[in-house]
Design a protein around this ligand. Structure first.
Ligand code: DGJ
Length: 740
């Protein structure tokens, strides 16, 4: 891994074993992009990649030449209206009303490792040799505004980018757009892949071909959203899971975002990623600066799986942090779908008792334990146990659960308030609302103005008291509505365009204070399921409740899509009752567990309600998870067969030594007289001998990876004897282990 700069050619080359990123200082002293892709030779003069030719109708930069127009130049941080007409990376409104800026190269610096992004979640290094960071300094002489572009190249294969804008001029300016990443690519022969959906069907994989014009996804809801994830891929049309070029772009941010590709009529593609410019207006007084969130770009020549593997490693090891980062996650039982708001301490203890008997390690009390919260309309904001429900308070309940031999976890929704609450009655001005306008609610709740420090302080004080006063080992941090009528009473009129971003900074601040004060508490993020499942939150909470949809079949698509960017250790996943509460489907218990194994694993039901036979199964499932969770959560994950393409889904995880793998195979509908199918595995050692759980014989790695493993066992209409499960929604988990 290196970063070089050639003085004569003015070329920067960042490379590691697999990728190269090449830039140059352009003739007008802006920063130009030359190449991003598979690693190429170092020390070569790549200046010929710069287009210097006269084109009809082009507006040109130099008075005496027709050879240089930014319209046709690949840049690193484009500005609109400077002969470039594409969507800009940066837009700065100045005192005289102009938005033209001219960022010219001044200097650069290269350091080992990676500097911290103050106040923002970001990837990091543990030792300086894991990465190198290049900072390029540019300046707009007319306004005195300076731009710093940061590039970190990781040994792990990824490139992290962000920008800092500093007003060193005398007058204030307004930042109307400041992207984290702007990348101009030389062609447009790409499929665009996005993860989209809605509540209870998050992160479905959607693919379409890039065409001239803009393709984009984003969020304007104040959080990253169920609808779109801050993650997109450009892949070659011929690339698939296993081969071909794929570039993934991910934004480490939890607020409004934009991810966009613009194809111009000369087939160049500009990728932009950053805070959504709509509603964004950041005032920069003289001397003030703005740091954008970080974006991560990954290039893989080994298809989508290759790309995902790089994201998984980086996000698992160098984005997630703390005590739980490398630890297998406790098997939990959450009471939400078991009781909803209808519980007493006795009822909780009944559920917990059975959970303990089955081998569960952590009991989680969800919504409804505080204030007057016995329904959706009251209590949010009052983070004090309701004595009517919990006679011994959280302290007493936690103690009881610990005495049972389990850890105790607790639900919060720190950012919200009901009007029927002590907090709202004391501070009606603490909510986000526009003066003189009606204020919309979501689930009868209102968003606290986390752009104000005093609000964050007050919530921190309440949470600190609960967590510090009881044996709480886990926190589920929920967030159940989007921001509307966005306005902060704590900011002047000319700073209202800052509220969305300041709100998220407030969320990060509270998270940071809590994870610092309680370093051993496991935080799980949640936002009506997966509405804030993004890399920003992963920095604070190493796992997230992936979706409120706990149906096994629905989860195949949700977890498959989520795995494009996020590691299995981050995917919160629970076995729930049938008929399922979201889609009313009946799936067999073994399939519900087989899907859930590829996640953090837990139960979202009252185990007392299961039959004796089912309890035997549950005990076996928990034993299985305890035995294999290291490889399931921290092994190398491969998607084998997509739920978006057919009736069968499959995936697998392999340990680092390639001696142990777990394969999950799922068939949605049974069929009649089905083919004798094989499934090609991945990630094994070719020459090594393996055995497959429940099967006779030995198989070489190359055999399992090239010929495949037989997956068909039974289908209706066959005459063979079969005493296994017969029907729809079947699945199997195979353990592949090295044999002599
Ligand atoms: C939404 C979450 O996704 C659920 O798991 C549950 O915690 C409810 N909120 C509680 O209100």
């Amino acid at each position: 891994m290196h970063i070089t700069y050639q003085q004569e050619t003015k070329i920067f080359h960042l490379y590691n074993e697999s990728i190269s990123y090449i830039m140059t200082v352009l003739p007008n002293e802006h920063l130009g992009q030359l190449y991003f892709g598979k690693r190429v030779s170092e020390g070569k003069d790549y200046s010929y990649l710069l287009e210097m030719r006269s084109r009809p109708m082009a507006a040109c930069v130099f008075e005496d030449s027709k050879l240089f127009s930014l319209e046709h130049i690949k840049q690193e941080y484009g500005v609109y209206g400077t002969t470039d007409y594409r969507q800009p990376a940066v837009e700065i409104l100045q005192e005289n009303g102009s938005r033209i800026v001219d960022f010219r190269f001044k200097d650069y610096s290269i350091v080992q490792g990676k500097p911290k992004l103050e106040g923002l979640p970001a990837t990091y290094t543990e030792t300086p040799d894991e990465a190198m960071t290049l900072t390029i300094y540019l300046e707009d002489e007319v306004t005195g505004v300076c731009l710093e572009l940061l590039y970190t190249i990781f040994e792990l294969g990824a490139l992290a980018r962000s920008a800092r804008i500093i007003n060193r001029g005398k007058s204030e300016v307004h930042l109307l757009s400041a992207m984290s990443l702007c990348l101009d690519l030389p062609d447009c022969n790409y499929d665009w892949v996005q993860l989209s959906g809605a509540w209870a069907r998050e992160r479905h994989v959607k693919v379409r071909k890039l065409e001239p014009g803009i393709t984009s996804v984003g969020s304007m809801r104040g959080h990253s959203s169920h609808e779109h994830n801050p993650f997109v891929v450009l892949k070659r049309p011929t690339a698939d899971e296993f081969q071909g070029e794929a570039m993934g772009f991910s934004l480490i941010y939890s607020g409004n975002f934009l991810a966009q590709s613009e194809v111009d009529t000369h087939d160049m593609t500009r990728v932009l990623m950053g805070i959504h410019p709509s509603c964004f207006d950041w005032k920069l007084e003289s001397g003030e600066s703005f740091q954008t969130p970080e974006a991560v770009a990954v290039y893989s020549a080994d298809g989508l799986n290759g790309m995902s593997r790089i994201f998984h490693r980086l996000y698992q090891k160098r984005l997630a942090r703390g005590y739980w980062r490398d630890r297998v996650r406790p098997i939990l039982n959450n009471n939400w779908e078991a009781t909803y708001f209808d519980f007493t301490q006795e009822r909780l203890m009944e559920i917990a008792g059975k959970a303990k008997e089955c081998g569960v390690e952590l009991f989680v009390l969800d919504d409804g334990w505080f204030g007057q919260r016995s329904h959706e309309r009251a209590g949010l904001g009052d983070w004090v146990a309701n004595p009517g429900r919990l006679a011994d308070g959280i302290e007493g309940l936690a103690e009881k659960i610990e005495n049972l031999g389990m850890k105790f976890g607790l639900w919060f929704e720190p950012e919200m308030v009901n009007k029927d609450s002590e907090l709202y009655r004391a501070h009606p001005d603490w909510i986000i609302e526009t003066p003189g306008r009606s204020n919309s609610h979501g689930r009868f709740q209102y968003v606290l103005d986390f752009s104000r420090k005093e609000v964050v302080d007050a919530i921190y004080a309440m949470m600190e008291k609960i967590l510090g006063g009881a044996k709480v080992s886990y926190v589920k941090w929920d967030m159940n509505r989007s921001i509307t009528e966005c306005y902060s009473k704590g900011l002047p009129a000319d700073r209202q365009g800052e509220v969305f971003h300041r709100y998220i900074l407030g969320v990060y601040d509270l998270y940071d204070r809590l994870v610092t004060r309680f370093p051993k508490v496991l935080f799980e993020s949640c936002a009506s399921g997966g509405a804030r499942f993004d890399p920003g939150i992963l920095y604070y909470a190493p796992q997230g409740w992936a979706s409120d949809d706990s149906d096994a079949v629905e989860r195949l698509k949700i977890q498959y899509g989520t795995s494009f960017c996020y590691p299995v250790s981050s995917i919160g996943s629970h076995v729930s009752v049938v008929p399922n509460h979201q889609v009313f489907r009946n799936t067999p218990l073994h399939t519900r567990a087989n899907v859930t194994y590829f996640g953090t694993f837990g139960y979202e039901l009252d185990l007392n309600k299961l039959s004796e036979e089912e309890i035997v199964q549950v005990k076996e499932q928990i034993e299985f998870m305890k035995k294999y969770r290291e490889v399931l959560q921290f092994g190398t994950f491969y998607r084998l067969c997509s739920p978006f393409e057919g009736n069968v889904t499959a995936w697998m995880a392999v340990n680092e030594e390639q001696t142990l793998a777990v394969v999950g195979w799922y068939r949605v509908l049974n069929g009649v007289n089905m083919p004798y199918s094989r499934m090609r595995l991945q990630g094994l050692k070719e020459e090594r001998c393996y055995k497959i759980s429940g099967r006779e014989g030995r198989y070489f790695g190359d055999e399992l990876m090239n010929i495949g493993m037989i997956t068909t066992e039974y289908s209706a209409g066959e005459e063979n004897e079969w005493d296994g499960y017969r029907g729809d929604f079947d699945s199997k988990v195979f353990v592949i282990s090295a044999a002599d």
